[in-house]
Design a protein around this ligand. Structure first.
Ligand code: GLN
Length: 229
C-alpha cells in the first residue's frame, strides 16, 4: 500500500494540535483524522513527499515553526499580518470566522456589545483571544485548548467563549458539545493557511499542491467528507 511504496519519498515534518474538530482530531484508535489531515496528506501525495505528523499544542506552533523544528504546520491557523512577521503562509485554503458561544439558555448575550464586562473564555494564542482583548472591560480567561474552555462555559465559570465558528458548530452538531449555542453573526472573516518557516523550500510545493487539488476535484471531495451535511 501507500506506506511501503512511498517509503523512498522525502519526509515532510508537519505539526498539528489534534483538538480542533473537524480539522484535526483523533479517532477511536488514536489516529489523526480530519479535514486538514486529509488535505495535507493529499498535498504531500501530489508532491511526492511523505508526511511525518507531530502533535504539538497550538500555542507553541508559531515558535516551533520559527525555530524550524518542523517543516510546516496545519491547524486551522488563521493568516494574520502579525503572524506573517515571523512565519509564512500558503495560499488560503479555507474561509472561516469567529463567533460567540454561550449556554443554550442564555438570553442576554446577543451580540458583541453585550460582551462588555463579561467573563470570556478563549484559547491561548488564538485569534479569538486577540479579538476578546478588544472588548471593553472584558475579563478574559485563557485556556490551553478549545475543549477546556467549553467545559467552563457549560458549568458557568465563563459567560461566553469566542472561537472559530465552524469548529464550535461542528462540535454542537455532533453532540460533543452539549447545552451550548452559537449567537449572532460571524465576528470576523478569516482565512486558514498552511504555515511554514520563512523562506521555506516547501512553500511553493504546498501552494502548487493546493492548486492541483482544487483543480482535480480532490479538495471538493475532502470538503464534502468533513463539511458536507
Ligand atoms: N483559527 C484560530 C487561530 O488561528 C484557531 C485555530 C485553532 O484553535 N487551531 O488562532
Amino acid at each position: 500500500n501507500s506506506i511501503s511504496s512511498n517509503s523512498g519519498w522525502k519526509t515532510l515534518k508537519v505539526a498539528t494540535d489534534p483538538t480542533f474538530v473537524p480539522f484535526e482530531m483523533k479517532d477511536a484508535n488514536g489516529n489523526l483524522e480530519g479535514f486538514d489531515i486529509d488535505l495535507m496528506n493529499a498535498i504531500a501525495q501530489v508532491a511526492g513527499l511523505q508526511v511525518q505528523w507531530e502533535s504539538l499544542p497550538f500555542d507553541g506552533m508559531i515558535s516551533t515553526l520559527q525555530a524550524k523544528r518542523v517543516d510546516a504546520a496545519i491547524n486551522g491557523i488563521t493568516i494574520t499580518p502579525e503572524r506573517q512577521k515571523t512565519i509564512s503562509f500558503s495560499r488560503p485554503y479555507f474561509k472561516a470566522g469567529l463567533a460567540i458561544a454561550v449556554r443554550a439558555n442564555n438570553q442576554d448575550i446577543q451580540d458583541v456589545n453585550s460582551l462588555k464586562g463579561r467573563k470570556i473564555g478563549v484559547q491561548i494564542g488564538s485569534t479569538g483571544a486577540d479579538f476578546a482583548k478588544t472588548i471593553p472591560n472584558a475579563q478574559i480567561i485563557t485556556f490551553n485548548s478549545g475543549p477546556d474552555f467549553f467545559q467552563d462555559l457549560q458549568n458557568g465559570n465563563v459567560d461566553a467563549a469566542i472561537s472559530d465558528a465552524f469548529a464550535t458548530l461542528y462540535a454542537i452538531k455532533t453532540g460533543q458539545l452539549k447545552g451550548i449555542k452559537v449567537v449572532s453573526n460571524l465576528l470576523t472573516e478569516e482565512f486558514y493557511g498552511i504555515a511554514t518557516p520563512h523562506n521555506s523550500p516547501y512553500l511553493e510545493t504546498i501552494n502548487k499542491g493546493i492548486g492541483t487539488l482544487l483543480a482535480n476535484g480532490t479538495y471538493e471531495q475532502i470538503y464534502q467528507k468533513w463539511m458536507g451535511t
